[in-house]
Design a protein around this ligand. Structure first.
Ligand code: KG4
Ligand code: ZN
Length: 416
């Protein structure tokens, strides 16, 4: 089955073309082409994702990435697609809200033809609705052109499948044992899910405020580091450990002993803010050189970071990463103990964090030796469209049942 997959839930635009040979969960996948474009630079100056910019950039990059993925796949035919005026009007209608996309797609069709595609998998949620809609509308337009079925997929299910996708061995999903627990840690989510089987999800814990990736991003911003903050914090934290820098501040582990499986990261972020603020003010007072105006009145912008030394910034990053890791580990370990899970799947952008991965692997090896731990291969940890193809294929039976693409909606709060 030839799948085309589309991801646009946040600030990564992705299109892949791949074959799935066999039935879920025992299929073998062949990735023919995969193109990904990050909008990181566009959002950097705002310190986070701006939905209207994300929407515009997805619309701009979809035709470019379609050409790139299909070229990599050697599946792009160099002759025009036969489009009538009525077809062009239909494409304009389908893409009416996506600036410039209909014209670009019609331009693409004037040059190229796509191969026969069996299934188009598109992220319909969760995520930023304006961003999701671009992908959903583009999927509908491509379905109109190619006659393929469209399946709406859940972005978080994509993260789960990406984490068990065994690229190194045989391009199959690992044969996992149930019950399983999934810890999903991304820019928008922090969730613990019990899985009694594939597709059976029971959310047993979640963040009550900020998602863990969001906390990484906000702490990074506080330290004057670029967006996305996770990789930056992780790099500084590693340097602090290597240099064995002293603790900057004893940070709290919010909700560590709350007795449930929920998380809270907003307080931790605020504790970092106060720790930095105290240090800056204290040193300023000692030097009698700071004026009151230099003290930040609050908010989440960069704060006095010019007054922190590089070592101090690195120590803050390490203390923060330690606090996050301990909290994630404690709650996840409890979730696994509660269900006797045989498998732990960690997924979402924050699972790219090497320190968190090593801490989990070492803890589980000693404390839960019967539980196999899966983290994604680094290239599949953050958002990508291969994970959406895996999720689409997993749900393919539904897609092939009657019902066209017309009714598919973006749903920013879609749950598993
Ligand atoms: O899953 P993802 O790519 O997008 C969403 O679905 O949200 O996750 C993005 C999040 C960002 O907050 C980013 O800072 C974080 O993942 N992230 C990391 C690392 N790499 C990405 N957090 C900690 N350590 C990393 N190495
Ligand atoms: Zn994600």
């Amino acid at each position: 089955m030839l799948l085309l997959s589309i991801e646009s839930s946040a600030d990564e635009t992705g299109i892949s073309l791949l074959d799935a040979d066999g039935d879920f969960p025992h299929a073998t996948y062949t990735i023919h082409g995969s193109a990904l474009s990050s909008q990181m630079k566009e959002h950097n100056k705002w310190g986070g994702i701006v939905p209207s910019i994300a929407k515009r950039e997805h619309a701009k990059y979809f035709p470019i990435l379609l050409e790139e993925a299909a070229t990599q796949a050697e599946l792009l035919e160099l002759h025009p697609t036969d489009l009538s005026d009525q077809d062009k009007t239909k494409l304009q209608e389908l893409l009416v809200r996506e600036e410039g996309l209909a014209d670009a797609l019609i331009g693409f069709c004037a040059q190229y033809s796509l191969p026969k595609i069996d299934l188009i998998a598109v992220t319909s949620g969760p995520g930023l609705e304006p961003a999701l809609w671009v992908g959903v509308s583009f999927a509908k337009a491509l379905a109109y052109i190619t006659g393929a079925n469209v399946i709406p997929t859940n972005h978080m299910e994509g993260h789960i499948l990406a984490s068990v996708y065994d690229v190194e061995r045989d391009d199959m999903l690992s044969d996992i044992e149930f019950p399983a627990v999934a810890l999903l840690i991304s820019g928008g989510h922090t969730e613990l899910i019990n899985m009694s089987n594939w597709g059976t999800y029971d959310k047993v814990g979640q963040t009550r405020d900020d998602a863990v990736g969001e906390a990484f991003d906000k702490v990074a911003r506080l330290l004057g580091l670029p967006y996305p903050g996770g990789p930056e914090i992780s790099r500084l934290a590693a340097a602090a450990r290597k240099a064995d820098l002293p603790e900057f501040e004893a940070l709290p582990r919010p909700m560590l002993y709350s007795g449930d499986l929920d998380f809270s990261f907003s307080g931790l972020k605020t504790a970092v803010r106060y720790a930095v603020q105290d240090k800056v003010n204290c040193e300023a007072r000692q030097g009698e050189s700071a004026s009151a105006e230099r003290r930040s009145p609050g908010g989440e912008g960069a704060l006095g970071c010019q007054e922190l030394t590089d070592d101090q910034k690195a120590a803050v990053a390490r203390d923060f990463e330690d606090a996050v890791t301990q909290t994630l580990l404690k709650k996840t370990s409890t979730a696994v103990a509660n269900t006797g899970a045989k498998t732990l799947i960690v997924g979402g952008g924050v699972s790219a964090n090497g320190f968190i991965k090593r801490a989990f692997e070492s803890h589980f090896l000693h404390e839960h030796p019967d539980c196999t731990v899966y983290f994604p291969t680094p290239s599949l940890a953050t958002d990508n469209s291969i994970m959406i193809a895996l999720a689409g294929h997993a749900r393919a039976v539904g897609a092939l049942s009657p019902g066209g693409a017309e009714g598919i909606q973006a749903d920013g709060n879609k749950s598993l």
